[in-house]
Design a binder for this molecule. Structure first.
Ligand SMILES: Cc1cc2nc3c(=O)[nH]c(=O)nc-3n(C[C@H](O)[C@H](O)[C@H](O)COP(=O)(O)OP(=O)(O)OC[C@H]3O[C@@H](n4cnc5c(N)ncnc54)[C@H](O)[C@@H]3O)c2cc1C
Length: 478
């Protein structure tokens, strides 16, 4: 079974320890790439742009920078391997959804800015499809859309709220409403009473995307990825620096693309909160099981539960069921052993059969987890500050698979001084707020996590929707 923390295979290479990264997720296990770390940095160097992190954000930024200006020398520093973080472990939703929803964006930045973000995100999903095609990255990109199910009548008001948001945005046709029988015909979920479907989402193979991108940027003459190279500190200035134990990288611009893991860097530590999200995966379903639940397409799906669930279907017919709820850890700590949380994984396995009782007895092949980066105000940041020499893109919460591509283009435009529609998006001017110091951060996060579970349980029991007025709902609303 996959999904254990990377085990240490001692003595593989001349007595040196080698981690087995394929155990981190089904996606890395089946990405078809050699996961042996690339050569690490072993001396100090100078480049034009130094990027911390070889996830989607770092790699898309390198990709578009090299495209905008092929003469730029670019170094990507990665503490483990490309795709080690959320990019190699996610739920496969390449969604046009954005961490800050339309109503929040309209309230904070106005209707025009909110519409611009929506249109940019819809185009971003297509852009990822275009790049995969152009660069022959076999990411199994399939654009069958996103399905929001109301499971029980208590979830119907949440659907109405989404519909209203898009109507106010001026795109009433974006979410297509399905009644109970139409919804069941689309995806045969037990207890489904209605749904919304929009087409602007693809299911992908996250591991193939991130590893394919890494191979692709290396083909640009001037991009080098140094793996097994943890950055220990960042220095801003006219010539900013990424410091490592084996050498420093001095650059004209430093890009911080470490998402949740940046919680561990002194300079930006309280800008993101690492929240664990966990996943279980079934063995491939038979053709008749797929037909029974009507999941013949690869639309991704979620209910309206506050605790957050997300489902997708792999190309070979497995169901991925993900959910939050694994506990936040004191001091924003991140450890390999936190990827696995037995009670949460068990709850997710049970949920698969609650959603699809026809699958009772289905075997599960994988279980894994990882952390996503949550900004204090749920608003992603895509910024370049010329004075400090630092650029960053972060804070996607659970919606970064597509948004990271937008980040790459935004940062490439900002860094190369290319004026575009993207450089005016609100994320480019946003600074973000710091999370509270401990113990407040721990107490508030745990309170919100437990509160969301209680509210969901009560709504399911009583058939009444959450009031929207509880402290928990105010803590997590965005
Ligand atoms: C379980 C899970 C499910 C998710 N599901 C979805 C989904 O279905 N759809 C969606 O849109 N989003 C989803 N997300 C979120 C999405 O995966 C992320 O937003 C996205 O991958 C972020 O990419 P990134 O490159 O910014 O960060 P990451 O992929 O986390 O990459 C950051 C990289 O930086 C490296 N790094 C960090 N610190 C250092 C350092 N000091 N030195 C060197 N390297 C460093 C890390 O090792 C890592 O490789 C999910 C996240 C998780 C964890």
């Amino acid at each position: 079974m996959g999904g254990s923390e990377p085990c240490l295979l001692v003595g593989m290479v001349l007595g040196m320890e080698q981690r087995d990264y394929s155990g981190l997720s089904y996606w890395l296990e089946t990405c078809g790439d050699d996961l042996t770390p690339r050569v690490g940095l072993d001396t100090s160097i100078a480049v034009d742009v130094a990027i911390l992190g070889a996830g989607y954000t770092g790699l898309w930024t390198a990709y578009y920078l090299a495209q905008r200006d092929p003469s730029l020398t670019i170094a990507v520093l990665e503490s483990e391997i490309a795709g080690y973080g959320a990019s190699g472990r996610n739920g496969a939703w390449c969604t046009s959804g954005f961490a800050a929803g339309p109503a929040t964006l309209t309230k904070n930045y106005g209707l025009a800015a909110s519409r611009a973000v929506h249109l940019a995100m819809v185009d971003t999903v297509d852009e990822i499809g275009r790049v995969c095609e152009r660069e022959s990255i076999d990411a199994q990109f399939q654009r069958d859309g996103q399905f929001f199910a109301a499971i029980g009548k208590q979830q119907l008001p949440a659907l109405a709220h989404i519909e209203q948001e898009y109507t106010q945005l001026g795109f009433p046709e974006f979410q297509r409403r399905l009644d109970a029988s139409e919804a069941k015909a689309f995806l045969n979920i037990d207890g489904i009473v209605g749904a919304l479907h929009n087409e602007a989402t693809a299911a992908i193979h996250p591991g193939r995307l991130v590893r394919g991108l890494a191979r692709n940027v290396e083909q640009h003459r001037n991009v080098t990825i140094y793996e097994d190279t943890p950055v220990t500190s960042v220095e801003a200035g006219a010539r900013p620096v990424l410091r490592t134990a084996r050498g420093d990288v001095r650059a004209n611009v430093v890009v911080l693309a470490g998402e949740a893991y940046m919680a561990q860097l002194k300079a930006v530590g309280r800008q993101v909160l690492p929240l664990y999200s966990l996943i279980v995966m079934t063995e491939p379903l038979s053709d008749s099981q797929i037909a029974d639940i009507n999941w013949t397409h690869r639309a991704v799906a979620a209910s309206q539960a506050l605790t957050v669930d997300y489902l997708s279907r792999t190309q070979d017919g497995r169901i991925l069921f993900g959910g939050r709820g694994a506990p936040y850890h004191w001091g924003s700590s991140i450890r390999p052993e936190y990827d696995l949380h037995a009670p949460t994984h068990q709850r997710l396995r049970e949920a698969v059969v609650e959603w699809f009782p026809q699958l009772k007895g289905i075997a599960f092949s994988h279980a894994w987890g990882g952390c996503l980066g949550v900004p204090r105000d749920f608003m992603p940041v895509m910024r370049y500050d010329r004075a400090s020499g630092l650029a960053t893109a972060r804070g996607y919460t659970g919606e970064g698979v597509a948004a990271t591509n937008l980040s790459g283009r935004v940062l490439a435009d900002l860094i190369t001084g290319t004026q575009s529609d993207l450089t005016d998006l609100p994320m480019t001017k946003h600074h973000g707020r710091s999370w509270e110091p401990e113990p407040l951060r721990f107490l508030a996060t745990r309170l919100a996590q437990v509160g969301a579970m209680r509210i969901d349980a009560k709504a399911n029991r009583t058939g009444k929707p959450p009031t929207g007025r509880t402290l928990t709902e105010r803590l997590i609303s965005h």
